[in-house]
Design a protein around this ligand. Sequence first.
Ligand SMILES: Cc1cc2nc3c(=O)[nH]c(=O)nc-3n(C[C@H](O)[C@H](O)[C@H](O)COP(=O)(O)OP(=O)(O)OC[C@H]3O[C@@H](n4cnc5c(N)ncnc54)[C@H](O)[C@@H]3O)c2cc1C
Length: 402
Amino acid sequence: MISFDNTEFAFAYKTYKELKKAKFLFSSMGIGWLVKLGTRLTPWAIKAHFPINGLIRNTIFKQFVGGETLQETAKVADKLAQYNVQVILDYGVEGKEGEESFDYVAAEFIKVIQYAATQPNIPFMSVKLTGFARFGLLEKLDAAADNKSGVEGRINVNVLDANEKEEWQRVVNRLIKICEAAQRNNVGVLVDAEETWIQDPVDALTMQMMERFNKSKVVVYNAIQLYRHDRLQFLKDSLEEAQKKNFILGAKLVRGAYMEKERKRAAAMNYPSPILPDKESSDKDYNAAIEFCIEHLDKLFLIVASHNEYSNLYAAQLLQQKNLPLNHSHVHFSQLLGMSDNITFNLAKAGCSVSKYLPFGPLKDVIPYLMRRAQENSSVSGQTGRELQLIKKELQRRKSTA
Ligand SMILES: Cc1cc2nc3c(=O)[nH]c(=O)nc-3n(C[C@H](O)[C@H](O)[C@H](O)COP(=O)(O)OP(=O)(O)OC[C@H]3O[C@@H](n4cnc5c(N)ncnc54)[C@H](O)[C@@H]3O)c2cc1C
């Protein structure tokens, strides 16, 4: 019987001093006004070259980021390996624009793949299409009526002018090169899901890549955001399409990271929100998606990417109920570095295939990622409360056994 209550397993990889630091950080993130102020001021202060890099590096960066370079991530990866926890490398570039930048990022992704291939516990890396494609270009493709729902892998480029068509072809070529490198090096590529108003071409291109690369094993995975009202059906349609076209589906299930932004845009532009009305509905669809995937494990690979204790437990229990091994080769679990160690390390202890999602990159480039983590962890009743409680419990346990 798996339990996520064991804090000794959860934090075995952290020293007492590191735990005290984590306690301080999560306590600070529970102070609403501080997070509000911090997330507004930090990006600006970094750009203005205020001397805050050291402070950030020693606090929030250390908690949630693997390092500034690939080599720096090795230390964290080695430590995780000691506890049978694997790594998904995430080169943390966001919001870069310009063809030169895009080529650079695509080349970096390939370097990440080559590096991962040399490491014993890095089976996956993640990519964001917006790392090497112009947001406006994706938006234009998405807006075209016949590009709705990328499930069939069709992209009508006729809405683009001649230059844009070439630009799009360069995006496609970059992703093909990344997937080819991944296939050669036996590393899985997880394509992130982003905002709904660019997601259709992302889905379509990812379906194309799966059709091309997922013939005998899974190289490419799509991310499915179950906070969207249409994604449970999308998952089912994706599998149907995969069956029709004879490829194996790779599905990373997430709830979704852009809820407020999505709702705000929908309200401002007066269209129905693509997000389910409440948390319960998101949970229901997420768990139904897990159930669907575990029902069809012979045809797909599933990644349960969540910090939700119930969802992780549910996936493990379904495997047990079906007499399938917890380390089934088509099922993987993943949580972000610095969050829900109680889930990750207890799953690993139970024998599941599990990883930490390890972002890395120059400090200034990972600031948007860090600000999202701060916001996500700022509600005392939610994630922070739970993290803090677990850290306190472990500190207490160590004190009493010292
Ligand atoms: C390994 C990994 C990879 C990820 N990759 C992606 C990705 O590619 N794209 C992406 O968008 N996100 C991604 N995420 C982030 C993820 O989508 C969630 O934001 C985050 O993990 C919180 O959800 P949860 O399942 O962990 O659990 P919980 O804490 O149980 O759920 C919180 C989530 O529930 C949903 N929710 C909360 N309140 C409501 C409400 N009122 N109505 C409807 N829904 C609500 C929101 O999605 C919120 O983030 C990833 C997360 C992990 C761990």
